[in-house]
Design a protein around this ligand. Structure first.
Ligand code: SF4
Length: 492
């Protein structure tokens, strides 16, 4: 392998290394500058190759582990091509999955995403079920709440039988209170044509039960616009469902016939109508303001990524709301208490008040604390904030591409809006970026007399600091000169 890598590197060829070696030892020197696909992400090899051909180096986020719990599903949706590729349900055993969770936690992973075409169907082929798996996994999560579990996409039918148990798991402080449940249409007639095997009423039962039993529960969903046979009335039912629940995230896609699927042989809705419905639903959804009112709230977040602007770090609340914070890269993989300073349509901005990177950290001044007696987390690190809202999700069968493009675009718009309306804030963020580039910031941690970890940030003065200070000095000198001038005129 090393010989091949060296050969390709010297020939300056784009290079992807796949398999267990790069996954297990991604820091080995030969893999520097090389795209990597681990065994759990092997189904994403096409994406990785495409990105690599564009000149990007693709590497897994070392703080996030995407853990498939099964392959295939038990559905037979008439529009689905995935089923052709993935086939019938094949679940991994609970022991093997729990073993993998323990391994990745020991490797420093901070978020574990359980993925599947339908997590609700997990285990039906091997005589177990999803709640049994989830309960087994949460018992091995670190008691300090440093690693969070995110449960992946589930269709309504199978999860219906376990709603109370699923709610119990989602209340656990080390599990995000977030679930992606694709409804696809608000019309029973369309759901029947799609062969989705549930009704709108059953979908409502899932959403209502989880919302009632899980504080701050957030649910994202998917809609396909213009499925063959969808009438104006069917579409209006979808619109009213979305309006009623005001989902913080809706992944909207236009029906596209996949060759070889039953839906490809059905009579299509005219493409102008499909586009019009998609536009209408998008404008309904974009009018929601899911995060308004969050300003001033104190939340615990888990930070795992650098934002695309290169300035912020991305963290998530218990409800998986995306929080953008200005903080040093050293905080990646850490948890923190933040105060929400402003909100956008797709994310909120926060200010770090305190970092939580050790087990004996006491969390003070948090405005809401979950009191879950069954929680392993409550023993040493009683740190779960009860937030609302939601965020991204595992990919639905139809909507991944659109979701990625829409969210990326809209997030950038949010940032631009924030920058233009708050020049000082923008300058301060630029300052942080500048500081980062010059590597002038560092985290200094020390224990004070109460054994409480205090994190300080020591920062040298950069050009933008000087510009801000210079501006203030010029203003001060101008005011003094004006006062002296007026004084002289009054006395004469
Ligand atoms: S859409 Fe999902 S549940 Fe339906 S057949 Fe495809 S993979 Fe299975």
């Amino acid at each position: 392998m090393e010989t091949l890598i060296a050969k390709c590197k010297s020939a300056k060829r784009p290079l992807v290394v796949a398999g267990c070696v790069p996954q297990g030892s991604r820091d080995i020197k030969e893999l520097e500058g090389v795209s990597i696909v681990g065994v759990q992400q092997i189904d994403r090899v096409v994406e990785v190759v495409e990105e690599t051909l564009k000149g990007h180096e693709v590497r897994k986020n070392k703080f996030i582990e995407i853990l498939p719990i099964n392959v295939g599903c038990l559905g037979a949706c008439t529009y689905c091509k995935t089923k052709h590729a993935r086939g019938h349900l094949g679940s991994y055993t609970i022991d093997s999955l729990v073993g993998r969770v323990k391994t990745v936690i020991a490797d420093g992973v901070r978020e574990i995403w359980l993925s599947s075409e339908d997590t609700g169907a997990y285990g039906r082929d091997i005589g177990v079920n999803l709640p049994t798996l989830l309960k087994a996994i949460v018992t091995v999560l670190p008691p300090d709440g440093s690693t969070m579990l995110r449960v992946g996409m589930t269709n309504p039918p199978f999860i219906l039988e376990h709603l109370e148990e699923i709610a119990e798991v989602l209340r656990h402080p080390c599990v995000y209170s977030f679930l992606h449940v694709p409804v696809q249409s608000g019309s029973d007639a369309v759901l029947t044509a799609m062969n989705r095997e549930y009704t709108v009423g059953e979908f409502r039962t899932v959403v209502d039960t989880l919302t009632e039993h899980v504080p701050g529960m957030q649910i994202a969903t998917d809609i396909i616009c213009g499925f063959p046979g969808e009438t104006d009335k069917d579409f209006l039912e979808t619109i009213s469902l979305v309006k009623e629940y005001k989902f913080p995230q809706v992944h909207i896609s236009q029906f596209y016939p996949r060759p070889g699927t039953p839906a490809a042989r059905m009579k299509k809705v005219p493409s102008t109508a499909v586009k019009q419905r998609s536009r209408e639903l998008t404008s309904v959804f974009e009018a929601f303001t899911p995060y308004s009112g969050m300003e001033g709230r104190v939340e615990r977040i888990w930070i795992t990524e650098i934002a695309t602007d290169g300035i912020h770090l991305v963290g998530h609340t218990k409800g998986y709301i995306q929080v953008l914070v200005v903080a040093p890269d050293g905080m990646l993989g850490m948890s923190a208490i933040v105060k929400i300073t402003s909100v956008g349509r797709w994310s909120v901005f926060g200010e770090v008040i305190e970092t939580l990177n050790c087990i004996d950290q006491e969390i003070a001044s948090i405005n809401k604390t979950c009191q879950d007696e069954t929680s392993a987390c409550s023993t040493t690190c009683d740190a779960c904030s009860c937030s609302k809202e939601a965020d991204p999700c595992a990919c639905g069968a139809q909507s991944c591409e659109q979701k990625t493009v829409e969210e990326a675009t809209i997030s950038r718009n949010d940032m631009w809006e924030d920058k233009t309306t708050n020049l000082i804030g923008w300058l301060l963020r630029k300052r942080r970026n500048h500081v980062k580039k010059r590597e002038e910031s560092e985290i200094v941690s020390r224990h004070n007399s109460n054994q409480e970890l205090v994190c300080e940030r020591r920062v040298e003065w950069g050009g933008i600091d000087r510009a801000l200070l210079g501006g203030m000095l010029v203003s001060l000198i101008t005011i003094v000169a004006l006062v002296m001038h007026l004084g002289a005129r009054v006395s004469t």
